[in-house]
Design a protein around this ligand. Structure first.
Ligand SMILES: [Mg+2]
Length: 292
């Protein structure tokens, strides 16, 4: 049994029975007899693929497809239309509205199975690529590209009580020069893990440079953000990395905080202020938090 979950949407129960007979042993199946309940299921469950009838009373398959594509949570789910309609115009519309594939009734069972398999495989491949494009391979946190993508969205949505923090590992070059790059990498990884473990899950945290990290978060007030960011500094101070021969390597971080205000033009402008604060922290002896 494949762990993938397929939703069958069809208003005719005999059609559902045929599909269940065919794919019920291979995949986990959920069933909806109309569009509204299909969308409810999609909202609650993690569905990997939808087999969608076109001709249904109330909401037809095209409309269901449109809703799936308009919803952030479901927009990437592969949809295969299965329908008795076989005219070119319907087929064209099915793809135009966001269908991934199209098959006409009566369908050939092996063909349908092959098409389902292809769509699932394609989706897995895309998900893997999206992961590689979004996460830093070394630390498992967001990479620079993804951090900015999410952070810009948050900045544009709400600047109120929004803070940006720039973090840099102090004298990191020394670590690489003294112990070699593999140990340096381990230090970056441990510090990233330490910071992540001390952040609330609403904070966006990414590796934006070699030994540079950035955070974007909403906090109640300046006092709260200062406490939180100071905590990161003290936690990193306790963070221990060992070389292969057991030598203890310890590093500290410097942090610069900037608070957005209605005049802050862009995320870049906010990060630049945080970066200036970070620079001040460095000049001021490092292992410090500076608020701008
Ligand atoms: Mg129908």
């Amino acid at each position: 049994m494949n762990s993938k979950k397929i939703l069958i949407v069809d208003d005719t129960s005999t059609n559902i029975d045929i599909l269940l007979e065919l794919i019920g042993k291979k995949y986990e199946i959920l069933v909806a007899l109309d569009g509204t309940s299909a969308l409810e299921i999609l909202d609650k469950e993690h569905i990997d693929l939808v087999l969608l009838d076109i001709m249904m009373p109330e909401m037809d398959g095209f409309e269901v497809c449109q809703h799936i594509r308009d919803n952030k949570k479901t927009k990437e789910i592969p949809i295969i239309f299965i329908t008795a309609k076989s005219d070119e115009k319907t087929i064209e519309e099915a793809y135009a509205i966001g269908g991934s594939d199209y098959i006409t009734k009566p369908f050939k069972p092996l063909e349908l199975l092959a098409r389902i398999k292809t769509q699932l495989k394609l989706r897995t491949l895309i998900e893997n690529l999206e992961y590689i494009a979004s996460y830093d391979a070394m630390t498992g946190i967001y990479n620079r590209r993804k951090f900015f993508e999410i952070a810009v969205e948050i900045f544009d949505t709400s600047k109120e009580n929004l803070f940006a923090i720039m973090i840099d590992i102090d004298k990191f070059k020394n670590v690489n020069d003294t112990y070699g790059h593999p140990v340096g990498d381990l230090v970056i990884k441990n510090i990233a893990t330490c910071i992540k473990g001390n952040l609330c899950k609403e904070s966006v945290f990414g590796r934006v440079g070699g030994e540079e990290f950035a955070i974007l978060c909403h906090k109640e007030n300046q006092k709260e953000v200062k406490e939180k960011i100071e905590l990161l500094r003290t936690q990193v101070e306790l963070c221990e990395t060992f070389t292969e021969d057991g030598t203890l390597v310890k590093c500290t971080i410097s942090e610069g905080i900037a608070m957005a205000n209605p005049q802050t033009k862009s995320l870049d402008a906010l990060l630049k202020i945080a970066d200036e604060a970070l620079y001040t922290a460095k000049g001021d002896g490092r292992n410090k938090v500076i608020f701008r």
